[in-house]
Design a protein around this ligand. Structure first.
Ligand code: FRU
Length: 576
């Protein structure tokens, strides 16, 4: 029954609304100071928001019963719609909501709000069409269905399922509204989207972090509980916990968040792991130009142990997204500790990259075994960042996944429906060359399952295996198309280098920093190269693990032509 009071209220609202449009599902009230109210009676699942990427963000607050129930930023369309994103109204079915929207800037310069395209194109719907519309969407790399993605977060394996959370903007394909999106896979290569796992709250948006499986119930939250720690990015960066008793599907935030605080402004990306050597949890997180290490018995109370990094390696950018793990050193029967330190900018070819340190760790202090001025890079491409590994992977494996982009141009790459993919999964190890220990990076064995038939033709999604038959001359591999767009890869056994030149690779004009030739040391000879091509990316590996290079490319049509100069045997597999 509709009450009299409600009828009066609705009538009053309609009367004060400056602009209403027949096709608009709700009622618009234009207010002063770039401000509007949009009232909607929720009957359908989604409100489809038109986005125009060149605009600045508007602030949207969803108000129900006079209380804010949700807030986020969205580049609402002013002149034209680039794409739409769905605002899920499931929690408000049957209710009236008021959306309080503040546009940026000054109305005198942005034009009259009543003419903004958003009002003409706002729609409610019971479905949102996420069918792929992007020619560059990879075939076998993980991407979000829509919206923006950066770092992989909270990677863990449990009961046959790989879980991949990621830095996600559900309301646009550029960085904003950091939320943990969630995808799962049974085979590490085919992913199923699971929706949003952890959303912003009063402590801030949800920045990067990790997740572990608490097998022995050290936290008291239950045996097998998945515990995540992330950075609450509010006025300050602090560390918060959330836990899941349904295998990572839904998370409950810990009531006494945050659990770790500090006076450092760049204080983020906590990575927890169980350290069998000390029978306790350790955690490493980025604190300015250092990595802080903590320990805990119960995942809730953390003790600061030490900091590592001042004066070591590269410091030309912000230290972010650490990881710390023990790995066997190939062929020695020994183990050493690997400390991963993503850095942005400061990468070997500009912008973001993954550096690392090798040494020892006693549960309290990490000691780097190299001289302070030694810098080591895990991948010598431009598009390999925020690399972290899965907790609890089977067979003591250390499987890493990176974000396949670079902060220099990640927000501008030529896709719209979604932005950014993850790298293929890679197994990490250690090897020694000339007295130094380096990380080895091998494509995870699960990628073999993607191989279809051998083929003679280069296609948009394939693996190219090159067996090098002579170490006396360079091997030059060129991928090209009819428009003379090309990528040239050169293995030079003389100076022990591998390079990839994408300066003529196709669409490079979206950023001055995209054109590049990247070059890697090969630490001796390469006998086999494995090159993974997928629509807009090329990942080249020494099959023995001593060189990895990940680069994006945006050919205006797929590279269909392959030429190999040098003594080499090539095999092509279509990948599905
Ligand atoms: C790295 C990073 C992290 C941070 C996240 C925010 O790419 O800057 O340090 O937690 O992205 O999205």
């Amino acid at each position: 029954m509709i009450s009299f009071k409600k009828i009066v209220l609705t009538a009053l609202c309609a009367a004060s609304a400056i602009a209403t449009r027949a096709q608009m599902p709700g009622t618009l009230s234009l207010l002063g100071d770039n401000h509007v109210f949009y009232r909607l009676q929720v009957k359908q699942r989604f409100l489809l928001l038109p986005v125009e990427e060149r605009q600045e963000n508007a602030r949207l607050c969803i108000i129900k019963n006079n209380e804010i129930v949700k807030e986020f930023n969205c580049k609402l369309a002013v002149d034209k719609t680039d794409y739409t994103v769905p605002l899920d109204l499931n929690d408000y079915q049957g209710s009236d909501i008021l959306i309080d929207i503040t546009f940026p800037g000054n109305r005198r310069t942005t034009g009259s709000m009543k003419d903004f395209v958003v009002w003409k194109e706002l729609k409610t719907s019971d479905s949102f069409d996420a069918t792929n519309r992007e020619k560059y969407r990879p075939v076998y790399h993980h991407t979000p269905q829509w919206g923006w993605m950066n770092d992989p977060n909270g990677l863990f394996y449990k009961d046959g399922v790989w879980h991949l959370y990621f830095q996600y903007n559900p309301y646009g394909s550029q960085w904003e509204n950091m939320t943990w999106g969630h995808s799962t896979s049974k085979d590490l290569v085919h992913w199923v989207h699971q929706g949003n796992a952890i959303s912003p709250d009063a402590l801030g948006t949800i920045f990067s972090g990790s997740a572990i499986v608490d097998k022995n119930n050290t936290s008291g939250l239950g045996k097998g509980t998945v515990v995540a720690m992330y950075t609450s990015a509010g006025k300050s960066q602090t560390q918060s916990l959330a836990y899941s008793t349904d295998d990572g599907k839904t998370f409950t935030k810990y009531a006494n968040n945050p659990v770790i605080t500090a006076e450092v402004p760049d204080f983020r990306d906590p990575h927890m792991f169980w350290n069998e050597d000390i029978h306790a949890w350790n955690l490493i997180l980025a604190a300015g130009q250092e990595m802080n290490i903590y320990s805990s018995k119960d995942l809730k109370n953390w003790t600061f142990e030490s900091a590592f990094g001042l004066g070591y390696g590269n410091h030309d950018g912000v230290w972010e997204c650490p990881d710390l793990m023990k790995l066997p050193v190939n062929g020695t029967g020994k183990e050493k500790w690997l400390l991963i330190c993503n850095i942005n900018p400061g990468g070997p070819f500009g912008g973001s990259a993954t550096q690392y340190f090798v040494g020892s760790f006693d549960g309290h202090k990490f000691t780097c075994e190299s001289k302070p001025d030694v810098t080591k890079w895990m991948d010598y491409g431009k598009d390999h960042y925020a690399t972290v590994t899965f907790d609890n992977a089977p067979d003591n494996r250390r499987v890493a996944i990176a974000w396949m982009s670079n902060w220099q141009y990640a927000n501008q790459v030529p896709t719209m429906q979604y932005r950014s993919a993850n790298s293929v999964p890679r197994d990490l190890g250690l090897f020694t060359d000339a007295g130094e220990t380096y990380v080895s990076v091998v494509p995870s064995k699960e990628l073999l399952a993607l191989r279809g038939d051998k083929t003679n033709r280069l296609s948009a999604a394939c693996e190219l295996v090159v067996d090098i038959k002579s170490q006396s001359k360079p091997t030059v591999i060129t991928l090209s198309n009819a428009r003379d767009e090309q990528v040239v890869m050169t293995y030079n056994p003389k100076d022990c280098t591998f390079s990839m030149d994408r300066t003529q690779s196709g669409n490079t004009g979206f950023s001055d920093m995209f054109k590049a030739k990247t070059i890697a040391p090969t630490h001796g000879t390469i006998r086999q190269l494995r090159i993974f091509i997928d629509k807009c990316s090329i990942e080249a590996f020494d099959a023995a693990g001593k060189m990895a290079m990940t680069n994006l490319v945006f050919p205006t049509e797929p590279y269909g032509r392959l030429t190999v100069n040098g003594a080499a045997k090539t095999t092509l597999y279509e990948l599905k």
